[in-house]
Design a protein around this ligand. Structure first.
Ligand code: PMP
Length: 367
């Protein structure tokens, strides 16, 4: 029994080995996972309180419209309630957008390397994927414009970009939006929005009226620390949201996830503190890379892509044996780089020591 032709070219998502298994295999007491850009500080206590309150209701389906969360979020974002769609993670909003707009006679334009789910879902829908290489870690917006033709339905901007961490400044975003045909959906994926500190990062919500083809994606998985619960959202003009809603499963976000998200939205202090600690952590990594002469991309997210002057998988293995799981760039389109999620202060210090020793050993071998 063969599935759709398109699926044959795709590999299923391969999660890393469970931490407990790695610990046992390598005889390690402690493993620190800095591979999936999760929040090392967990989530807000307010989110946990809301989860507890929900535990007596597990036999009841969730509210398929997420009314309470919707109201709270729409107030916070200053958009109408009908302008929001919730997903089982923003991953699912990517899937919904692809289901809604893409088919074999269409194409979609994205950067490469970027977040792989845009490509993955587009391929399943049978659409042609037009990938435009990054230039020094940045989206090449001019080349992306050139790639658009009459069959293009969606253009993806990952801002900040995963895995490079680079961002698209407001002036470039606006100039791009001015030139994109208004019937092409532009998705601004802002999964790391809360971590950004660049002053010229666009507040895309301000542009929703001006650009009716704009869709913004955000998530509770990163700074809000609710990755396990799978909840993210899209914001766009009401007519876009209403037209893609039928592609959403009726109960796609759980009762617990909605409750936790409500609690998370109430805790600005938690987000502010996580952002500050993340920025300090990034600076520690920058200082280390500068000292060792390692190339890296300045990051507006909670991870950093570092050139390890050697095969990425080799560096990955070395760090794994020291108890640190990072993401090897070999699967991300950067065969000599590793992506490290910024951890807690002590974790950053430790992994930097290990990475320093690794780099010294590489340099010694070369000399
Ligand atoms: N977009 C980007 C750029 C991401 O890095 C991720 C998570 N790795 C997602 C979307 C999806 O996040 P989630 O489904 O957890 O909301």
């Amino acid at each position: 029994m063969q599935p759709k032709q398109q699926l044959l070219s795709l590999k299923p998502y391969k999660p890393g080995k469970p931490v407990e298994e790695v610990k046992r295999e390598l005889g390690l007491e402690k493993i620190v996972k800095l591979a999936s850009n999760e929040n090392p500080y967990g989530c807000s206590d307010l989110a946990k309180e809301k989860i507890n309150e929900e535990l007596s209701q597990l036999h009841v389906y969730p509210d398929g419209y997420s009314a309470e969360l919707r109201e709270k979020l729409s107030n916070q974002l200053q958009v109408k309630q009908e302008q929001i769609i919730f997903g089982n993670g923003s991953d699912e909003v990517v899937q919904i957008l692809c289901r809604a707009y893409l088919s074999p006679e269409t194409n979609t334009v994205m950067a490469a390397p970027t977040f792989p789910q845009y490509r993955h879902n587009a391929v399943i829908e049978g659409a042609e994927v037009k990938e435009v290489q990054l230039v020094e870690g940045n989206h090449d917006l001019d080349a992306m414009l050139q790639a658009i033709d009459q069959d293009t339905r969606i253009v993806w901007l990952c801002n900040p970009n995963n895995p490079t961490g680079n961002y698209i400044p407001e002036s470039e975003f606006v100039s791009f939006m001015e030139k994109v045909p208004s019937d092409v959906v532009v998705v601004s994926d802002e999964a790391y929005y809360e971590y950004v500190s660049a002053a010229d990062y666009p507040n895309t919500l301000d542009y929703l009226d001006k650009y009716p083809n704009l869709v913004i994606l955000r998530t509770f998985s990163k700074a809000h620390g609710l990755a396990a619960l799978r909840i993210g959202y899209g914001v766009a003009k009401s007519s876009i949201i209403q037209s893609i809603e039928p592609a959403r499963e009726p109960f796609n976000t759980s009762r617990i996830a909605q409750a936790a998200a409500i609690g998370a939205l109430e805790d600005d202090t938690f987000i502010r503190e996580c952002k500050e600690k993340n920025r300090k952590g990034l600076e520690t990594f920058y200082a280390f890379c500068d000292e060792k002469g390692l190339l890296y991309y300045p990051s507006e997210a909670n991870f950093i892509l570092i050139d390890v002057k050697s095969d990425a998988d080799q560096a990955f293995d070395y760090l794994l044996r020291k108890g640190y799981i990072v993401r090897s760039g070999s699967a991300l389109g950067f065969p000599t780089m590793i992506r490290v999620t910024i951890g807690e202060e002590e974790q950053n210090k430790e992994i930097i020591e290990h990475l320093g020793a690794y780099i010294d050993s590489i340099v010694e071998k070369v000399n």
